[in-house]
Design a protein around this ligand. Sequence first.
Ligand code: API
Length: 289
Amino acid sequence: MLKFCKYQGTGNDFIIVKQSEIDGVTYSSLAKNVCDRRFGIGADGMIVVAPSTVADIRMIFYNADGSIATMCGNGIRCFAKYVYDHGLVGQTSFSVETLAGVLTVELVSMTNEESNVRVNMGCPCYVHPAVPKVTSDGKFINQTIELEGEPYTISSLFIGTIHTVMFVSEIDEKMATHLGELIENHAMYPQKTNVNFCRVIDPHHIEVLTWEKGVGLTLACGTGSAACAVLSRQLYQCDQSITVSIKGGTLLMEQEEDGVYMTGPARLICTGQYVYGESPQGEQDLDSF
Ligand SMILES: N[C@H](CCC[C@H](N)C(=O)O)C(=O)O
């Protein structure tokens, strides 16, 4: 039996487990298994809590399809609440080792079930192995991409993970699903990409819907919201501090000199024991029936 906790941050949900509890297990297979919404517990991602030699603690993140990701914005808020609640750190502000670097988190308010967490997501990177190269100023901004014979304007950057943003006048789930999957798997992105559809409502308010690589449409994406806030300020003269409306709630993005600060909720949903067999359920060969 595997002890787990399930958390959500603006509707992006995660299964959190301690590394010491999953010795000898393949993390990618476990992530696919526990995240399955029919044969498993159900979540957008799995978070492994591990010790660190370079920070107070370490977060390892897997998407629902079992792919590893460098960072997760909503996930690190839930991770922060989990490690504080479980006494793995002694203070409300601490450092977290991720594959995107060491980030700082702060629990700014808390009740037993829910905390408000502020995370320095770091500065956006425009030149990065995951971001397509361009000859002009080195930034993949307002580039034209052709999809099924139609031209679209997109921008890509790395903030915790790779994000591509398309500004739209209206957010449409059907379009986001169709174009999101095409762009996620486009040849320009050898490491794939998350795809965000962003509507600027006014200089301090944007709306975002994200097609997440390795997951699909989610109710929220923290790093995606940060990418949209950065580009909204750069391309549409939005404010340094922007409220981001996502399907699962709202996030505050404050763009400072030393990084983009995201503030948002993290809520415990449940704790439990999971029956995990090495062969992920639901993958039986249907012909064997
Ligand atoms: N799917 C993303 C990771 C999760 C990001 C998202 N859940 C967030 O809150 O930042 C990726 O593979 O890069």
